[in-house]
Design a protein around this ligand. Structure first.
Ligand code: UDP
Length: 497
């Protein structure tokens, strides 16, 4: 239904860095699709909705001349008992998280006004809201005004489907339950989860009476009832299973528009590490180096840090390790020698075997480097997408929340092996440094498994790049479009008259 009219996408991310950046990147994708004529005969406008303190930094992240617009909703943190300036989850104290989530629902009055004005001016069938999973009330607002609405999930499809199912219809574990006791999910009998994974996802044991969880469930239910579909930051090639599950759970059409990656930048003061990493990689053979990182905030217990260090050293393989103080140090700034084997850093550095990074590593440049052979990762969704994008096999060491389900995606694709079983405390369990050494060898060595994983990772690299770009078509000059580009076009066709 391409009328030659206009289409206006109104993107509304949750006020958290991990949500603002993917939404900004999605906005850029739609902007360039519109410029390439991928929106049919339709003119496409893209506007991001946020609050006064978030808009300027989003605007700064856009290239000069970008046509992406912004709409500002008034938000006064102190009205909600929050410290002044808390307009982004990154600066909200942990105990104020629920207050912050509830406060975002109070943006509704001003959002409704904005939406009504826009629909009145441009025609309600020319506007479509793309909103964050935590802003389910926007679906009700859009429905009331006769405006189209889709939800955009910034994490993976499989992890989201499993997490949403656990939130909405928690399986009952026999009590007392051990961390490894398993239950099938009520919505997906084929998916089994461990008690430890269950607790990680519902955050607390008091899930039955937890008001924060009730809020999240209400947001999801509003989406499922009133929205017209779900966009996910994944591609059909990466998550056929996850997309099927989330479609089944929500009863809504899904649009796999990813992978959408990039945009995370380093805090300036840690820049020196960047050169060290790249120089080290430049000095090593192709696909020989292991990159080790647990993401931008997580860490492992000291005892496991010790085993990991011993295992890496014993493997003899070169590595770059982005190291943060252990979990139990409770955000310590200083790094204490007792957390590592005696003389570890001096030895691996003198031998040219390893680089320890204590600040911010240039992860994307490392993964893109030809010398990088594998990634020991906590399997945060961005790290998963970046490893697939660069064709780097993963040693999975998930820690909390959706990471445990994200790692399953890599295992299913045959591009990952599990090192630790995914619990903040249990983690490596009774497996010691010998196990770490052996897994490193399995992935970086010359065995069949290593060859197979490398091959599969190379295939995935081609597939995910083809998904978002224009790939060569049938060889007769007919240019085919990638699955994610087609999903974006399908979305526009479904949203606008
Ligand atoms: N990142 C980085 N350098 C670091 C740590 C993280 O560039 O030292 C980037 C990484 O490339 C990824 C993001 O920060 O894009 C981390 O996101 P992910 O979802 O993997 O994990 P999280 O930090 O949210 O747990």
């Amino acid at each position: 239904s391409r009328s030659g009219g206009a289409g206006h996408l109104l993107l509304f991310p949750f006020l958290a860095q991990g949500h603002l950046i993917p939404f900004l990147n999605l906005a850029k994708r739609f902007e360039s699709l519109g410029q390439r004529g991928g929106s049919g005969q339709r003119r496409l406008d893209v506007t991001i909705v946020s609050t006064p303190r978030n808009v300027p930094s989003l605007r700064r992240a856009l290239p000069a001349g970008s046509s992406i617009g912004f709409a500002e909703l008034p938000f006064s943190p102190s009205d909600h008992g929050l410290p002044p300036d808390t307009e982004n989850l990154e600066v909200v104290p942990l105990d104020a998280f629920p207050t912050f989530f509830y406060a975002t629902e109070l943006l509704r009055t001003s959002f409704d006004k904005l939406l009504a004005e826009l629909a009145g001016r441009e025609g309600r069938r020319n506007v479509c809201v793309l909103a964050d999973m935590f802003l389910g009330w926007t679906a009700e607002s859009a429905r009331a005004l006769g405006v189209q609405h889709r939800m955009f999930v910034t994490s993976g499809a499989y992890a989201s489907a499993v997490t949403f199912s656990i939130w909405l219809r928690p399986p009952s574990f026999p009590r007392p339950a051990g961390p490894d006791d398993e239950q099938a999910l009520l919505d997906f009998p084929d998916v089994r989860i461990r008690y430890a994974e269950f607790l990680n996802v519902v955050v607390k044991e008091d899930y039955a009476t937890n008001p924060m969880l009730a809020h999240l469930c209400r947001m999801l239910t509003l989406h499922f009832r009133h929205s017209g579909g779900i966009l996910v930051n994944t591609s059909e090639e990466i998550e056929p299973t996850g997309l099927r599950l989330i479609g089944k759970l929500s009863g809504l059409p899904t649009f796999a528009v990813g992978p959408i990656i990039g945009g995370r930048t380093a805090p300036d003061d840690t820049a020196p590490d960047q050169d060290t990493c790249i120089k080290f990689l430049d000095s090593k053979p192709q696909a020989s180096v292991l990159y080790v990182s647990f993401g931008s905030q997580n860490s492992i217990p000291a005892s496991q840090m010790m085993e990991l260090a011993r295992g890496l050293e014993a493997s003899g393989r070169p590595f770059i390790w982005v190291m943060r103080p252990p979990v139990e140090s409770d955000g310590a700034k200083e790094f204490r020698a007792e957390w590592l084997p005696d003389g570890f850093e001096e030895r691996v550095s003198a031998a040219g075997q390893g680089v320890v990074v204590r600040g911010w590593a240039p992860q994307v440049r490392i993964l893109a480097h030809a010398s990088t052979g594998a990634f020991l990762s906590h399997c945060g969704w961005n790290s998963v997408l970046e490893s697939l994008w660069h064709g780097v096999p993963v040693l999975a060491w998930p820690l909390i929340a959706d990471q445990m389900f994200d790692s399953r995606v890599l295992l299913e694709l045959g591009v990952g092996v599990e090192v630790a079983s995914g619990r903040m405390i249990g983690g490596l369990g009774s497996k010691g440094w010998e196990f770490v050494r052996d897994v490193v060898e399995t992935v970086l060595g010359d065995g069949d498994k290593a060859r197979d994983m490398r091959l599969k990772a190379t295939v995935m690299k081609k597939l995910v790049r083809a998904a978002v770009g224009a790939a060569d078509g049938d060889g007769n000059g007919n240019i085919g479009k990638g699955s994610s580009v087609l999903a974006m076009e399908r979305l526009l066709d479904s949203a606008f008259d």
